[in-house]
Design a protein around this ligand. Structure first.
Ligand SMILES: C[S@@+](CC[C@H](N)C(=O)[O-])C[C@H]1O[C@@H](n2cnc3c(N)ncnc32)[C@H](O)[C@@H]1O
Length: 211
């Protein structure tokens, strides 16, 4: 499926817009008040949020499995002289970083892609591994209030084909199950409409077992 995203970014290298998402702005403000300096972004796309976070003083590592997306990110980072490193990488595999490396992890609209529940747990376990103690994990996912929820054909348990895009829609309970199982605690959860989708925006913290 990385070819699908390659095609999207090939035909429009600013498909998600040039401006940062409002989720990135929200997270950045929270990161600032929590002394975050280093961020791992997964599913970074063509880097609208990567550039925003890096241009505001954070060191950002970005992963995506679209080679075109990574090419665009590299080009922009060089042009703007920003502290961004990016890698072509499928997040279903163990992340290419040591334990407790990052202050925060961030993903916008990645985890509602075609991942099985087992894959989601393994991604969360990798996120937890590469985060420092008390590290923050920010993510957004499409939810049950999304106008497309209930449309399309179920192609795998909980995943629907909506006009060629494969999407998982999350309930609040599914989010809580996912984060609690990997020892994260919810910091906040909000809902937002980012045309044309409805998302849960989540901040969670990796608490040590005895905290
Ligand atoms: C909906 S887009 C969001 C892009 C970006 N976060 C944004 O909001 O601008 C999802 C991104 O996840 C990437 N992606 C999907 N599955 C992936 C996987 N298994 N490994 C790495 N990246 C993946 C796609 O290539 C795409 O760039």
């Amino acid at each position: 499926m990385s070819e699908v995203w390659d095609g999207v970014y090939q035909s429009d290298n600013t498909f998600f817009g040039e401006e940062a998402s409002s989720f990135a702005t929200l997270c950045f403000n929270h990161m600032k008040s929590n002394d975050v300096k280093s961020v791992l972004e997964i599913g970074a796309g063509h880097g609208r949020d990567t550039m925003f976070l890096a241009s505001n003083g954070l060191t950002v590592e970005a992963l995506d499995y679209s080679s075109r997306g990574i090419e665009i990110i590299n080009k922009k980072a060089i042009e703007k002289k920003l502290p961004v490193k990016s890698q072509l990488f499928d997040v279903k595999k163990p992340f290419p970083f040591q334990d407790t490396h990052f202050d925060a992890t961030y993903s916008h609209m990645l985890l509602n892609m075609r991942f099985s529940r087992a894959e989601l747990h393994s991604i969360f376990s990798e996120i937890s591994r590469v985060l420092k103690p008390n590290g923050l994990n920010y993510f957004s996912v499409r939810n049950h209030n999304d106008q497309f929820y209930g449309a399309g054909v179920e192609v795998e348990e909980g995943i629907y084909d909506i006009n060629g895009s494969e999407v998982r829609f999350f309930s609040e309970k599914e989010i809580l199950d996912l984060i609690n199982r990997e020892s994260f605690t919810m910091v906040w959860m909000k809902e937002e409409y980012e045309e044309p989708v409805t998302l849960y925006l989540v901040a969670s913290i990796k608490l040590e077992k005895n905290q």
